[in-house]
Design a binder for this molecule. Structure first.
Ligand code: NAD
Length: 358
C-alpha cells in the first residue's frame, strides 16, 4: 500500500481536499494502485488543537508517506497571533522538513475556459506552460539579512546567494520535466546585472549537455515577463530562482485567468512530494460548499504523475475535468459577469468529475 497524507488545513481547505481525496482514490484504484490515506492537522486547525501550526508527529507522518496532499492554511481567526505561530509557519515548516526545493506550477487553459482570461482568446488558446521555481534558496533565505542601524541611517539588506549544487539540482528537475513535455526550456535570469545569474547561466548550460534533445534559451526576467503576456504560448518549461519564480509563476497563473483551477507540486531530494492548490483558504466562502475543488483535484493528478509515476491515471483526471467543463458545469468563480449559468457547488463538482472517471 502506498501511503498518502492528507493535510486539509483551514477555510475551504477541507472542502476541496475531500473532493480531491475521492477522485485520487478512484483514479488510482481504476489504474490498479492501492492507496492508504492518513489525515493530519496543519495551520489554524493545528493551532486550535495543539497550540502550534504543525506538530512533530505530523512531520513524521509526512516523512513516512509517499506524498502529501494539502488544502490551504490561514484565516482571520489566527491573524492576530505572533508571526512565529501563524498558520503559514506550518506550511513553511513542512516544506523545509521535507527538503522541497523545486516548486512546479503548471499554467494551462482548458478550452472551455479561454474566455476567463483577461487576455484576448487568440493569445490564450493553447497555453500550456510549467514554471519550475527554486524554493529553498536565493534572496528569501540568503544571509546576511536584516535591518541595521548605521548612525541616523537604517539599512535593509537581503542577499541573493546560490551554490552550483543548488542550481544544478533545480535545473535537472526542469530539464526532466521538459523531456516529458515539448522539450523546450527557458531559463529566466538577470545576468546583465547579477553575478549570481551569471552562475545560473553557466550551470544551466552544463546540465543542458545531459539533455541534448531539449532546446534551451536564456531570457532576461524583465523581457520574459513582457513576453508572458504578449505571447504566452511560446513557453513550455521555465526555470528560475526563488524570487523571480515567485513573481513569474503568479503572472503565468493570471494569464490563464482562474485561481480556482491552478495546481502545484513541490518536490525534493527526500522523495516525498507535496501537492496543493495555488489558492489560499478563501475564508470569505468557507463552509458554504461553493469553493471550486478543481485546483485541488488537479493537484491530485500531479501527485499521481510525479510521486506515483502514474501518468495515465493523472491524464484520466485531467480528461474528466475537461469533460465536465466542456459540458458547461461551472463553480461560482468560473462564471463570467453577465453569463447565465447555474452554479455547480463544490461537492457536486466532485461528483461530476468522479462520474466521468469511471
Ligand atoms: P485566497 O486565494 O484564499 O482568496 C482570494 C480570492 O479568491 C477570494 O475571493 C476567494 O474567495 C477566491 N478563491 C480562492 N480559492 C477559491 C476556490 N477554490 N474557489 C472559489 N474561489 C476561490 O487568498 P487570500 O484571500 O489572499 O487569503 C486568504 C487566506 O489564505 C489568508 O489567511 C492567507 O494567508 C491564506 N493563504 C494561504 C495559502 C496556502 O495555504 N498555500 C496561499 C495563499 C493565501
Amino acid at each position: 500500500m502506498t501511503r498518502i497524507v492528507l493535510l486539509p488545513g483551514d477555510g475551504i481547505g477541507p472542502e476541496v481536499t475531500t473532493q480531491a481525496h475521492r477522485i485520487l482514490e478512484r483514479a488510482a484504484s481504476l489504474h490498479g494502485i492501492p492507496l492508504d490515506f492518513e489525515e493530519g492537522l496543519i495551520g489554524g486547525a493545528s493551532i486550535d488543537a495543539h497550540g502550534t501550526p504543525l506538530t512533530d508527529a505530523v512531520v513524521e507522518q509526512c516523512r513516512g508517506a509517499q506524498a502529501v496532499l494539502l488544502g490551504a492554511v490561514g484565516g482571520p481567526r489566527w491573524d492576530d497571533l505572533s508571526v512565529a505561530i501563524r498558520p503559514e509557519k506550518g506550511l513553511l515548516r513542512i516544506r523545509k522538513e521535507l527538503g522541497l526545493f523545486a516548486n512546479l506550477r503548471p499554467a494551462s487553459v482548458f478550452p472551455a475556459l479561454v474566455a476567463a482570461s483577461s487576455l484576448r482568446p487568440e493569445v490564450v488558446e493553447g497555453i500550456d506552460m510549467l514554471v519550475v521555481r527554486e524554493l529553498t534558496g536565493g534572496l528569501y533565505f540568503g544571509e546576511p539579512r536584516g535591518i541595521d542601524r548605521n548612525g541616523p541611517e537604517r539599512i535593509g539588506r537581503n542577499t541573493m546567494v546560490y551554490s552550483d549544487v543548488e542550481i544544478e539540482r533545480i535545473s535537472r528537475v526542469a530539464f526532466e520535466a521538459a523531456m516529458r513535455r515539448r522539450k523546450q526550456l527557458c531559463h529566466m535570469h538577470k545576468a546583465n546585472v547579477l553575478d549570481v545569474s551569471q552562475l545560473w547561466v553557466e550551470v544551466v548550460e552544463e546540465v543542458a549537455k545531459d539533455f541534448p534533445e531539449v532546446t534551451l534559451d536564456h531570457q532576461l526576467i524583465d523581457s520574459g515577463a513582457m513576453l508572458m503576456v504578449k505571447d504566452p504560448r511560446r513557453f513550455d518549461v521555465i526555470v528560475t530562482t526563488n524570487m523571480f519564480g515567485d513573481i513569474i509563476s503568479d503572472e503565468a497563473a493570471m494569464v490563464t485567468g482562474s485561481l480556482g483551477m491552478l495546481p502545484s507540486a513541490s518536490l525534493g531530494a527526500g522523495g516525498v512530494g507535496l501537492y496543493e492548490p495555488v489558492h489560499g483558504s478563501a475564508p470569505d466562502i468557507a463552509g458554504q460548499d461553493v469553493a471550486n475543488p478543481l485546483a485541488a483535484i488537479l493537484s491530485a493528478a500531479m501527485l499521481l504523475e510525479h510521486s506515483l509515476d502514474a501518468a495515465a491515471a493523472a491524464a484520466s483526471i485531467r480528461n474528466a475535468v475537461s469533460q465536465v467543463l466542456e459540458a458547461g458545469h461551472r463553480s461560482a468563480d468560473l462564471i463570467l459577469p453577465g453569463e447565465d449559468r447555474a452554479v455547480t457547488k463544490c461537492k457536486a463538482m466532485g461528483d461530476l468529475v468522479l462520474e466521468r472517471l469511471a
